[in-house]
Design a binder for this molecule. Sequence first.
Ligand code: ATP
Ligand code: MG
Ligand code: MG
Length: 535
Amino acid sequence: QAKKATKSSEGASYDIALPDTEKGVVTRFPPEPSGYLHIGHAKAALLNDYFAHEMYKGTLICRFDDTNPSKEKEEFQDAIVEDLALMGIRPDKTTYTSDYFDELYQYCVTLLKEGKAYADDTEQETMKHQRWHGLPSERREASVEDNLAHFEEMKKGTEEGVRWCIRAKISVDNPNKAMRDPVIYRCNPLPHHRTGNKWKIYPIYDFCCPIVDSMEGVTHALRTIEYRDRNPQYDWMLDALKLRKVYIWDFARMNFIRTFLSKRKLTKLVDEGRVWGWDDPRFPTIRGIRRRGMTIEALREFILKQGPSRNIVNLDWTLFWATNKKYIDPVAPRHTAIDKDHAVTANVRGARVAPYTEDKPKHGKNPALGTKKVAFSTTIIIEQSDAKSLKEDEEITLMSWGNAIVRKISHSLNPLTLSTVTGLELELHLQGDFKATKQKITWLSTQGQELIPVELVDFDYLINKDIIEKDDEIDECLNDHTEFRTEALADGNVADLSENDIIQFERKGYFRVDRPFMHGEPAVLFNIPTGKATK
Ligand code: ATP
Ligand code: MG
Ligand code: MG
């Protein structure tokens, strides 16, 4: 497969390319509307978008692969449209496999008439056994008339019809098991979310995907590598029906450690109430990682850098979040929060008696972010852990203020909590050199501003094993406790933050506002991983 370094609109270069692009490029992203998009789907969608829109100025089709009424819902379809938009992906056309049910039906009749397909009512287990051992079905040599009659019965969705399926007559014992007479049509009497009760028969992906790709003018079909065994089958369908060939470009499936990337498993967790919903910040859905604080720019960069890899690897989330940090650090306004638990009140000698505020930059290196109000007074709070690390007579730096000397440290009188600091006396020493101090401490004035209550939420992986094996029971792989809340007080500017804002609480990390401060209720902020400490 062709490779060459290309430049994206973000200016990064990615080591991917398609062959034979002279006559134009049409790609498609074919989601099944049976769940919300996850980060694996994002890879497929972004690669298709990148080739169609950034690299070759072609066409991107979003095709809903809506051929299984048992799993599909309008809700999922709408969410997929929204999530693509959120990722900055604008398909030129949105289509539905179900739009082609008439043609697909006709193509199946053609195969049946030409003796290239047959109707089969072999029990599922027996069929599996026969395919595995390369044995023919009893129905393989049935007459065209019989096959057509069974297909008509299936089409009516009768009790008899439901027992049958249609199989392509490719091979009984090809070493590639995907070529052993695959099923191409099934009967399902359930109503379909778009075609209602019109159809009782539904084409299988392996049959409709090549046909619809060819009909829609797709030039390059991107598929995950585990479909590779099915590529000859894809070509067979097009040959058998004398349809235009499509180039298949394989890419590696994306997997992450401690992560389910399966709609079936994610659905189960949602349905059982094990998470808050499809946008749970612990979920690998687009909505979940967004809610955790992932930016779209970082997502695109991360995925396109993975683009050419053909190895199915289990990625670590570290690199993913480290990429995100690169994007958020230069633009995240700096704020201060102090853990409420055992916060220590300090008296600041030398401070002006009347509380006052000063405008300070929200970000030391990015003046474009503007300023915030910092309040100063004779009474401040600092974190218990900072207070414990101080020594009397030590010179420290109060961040955004200046140096101070620790004059007195009071400890708890309770013998069980002797090391707990209960109060401090500091004396400002503003002429002191902040480069010479060891301790740079965050603090908040309790006067001159309203301290804003915040809940800082950190999360652990939902899953307790790095690699999930095929027959692992979901319930046995789940961590019991994955949500950790800390109550804190933040500077008054935090009252003005809106949902989705991303900030840094100095010395604590990056946070995304999930719920702003409202009606006196604490603001809720989610800790954004930075790829450093993987808990
Ligand atoms: P799931 O197992 O989550 O149901 P799927 O492949 O059945 O995934 P589709 O909606 O059919 O879900 O997938 C749409 C596209 O996304 C397909 O092209 C598929 O190959 C691709 N895709 C799905 N999962 C991944 C993944 N983990 N990595 C890369 N691409 C993926
Ligand atoms: Mg699929
Ligand atoms: Mg799947």
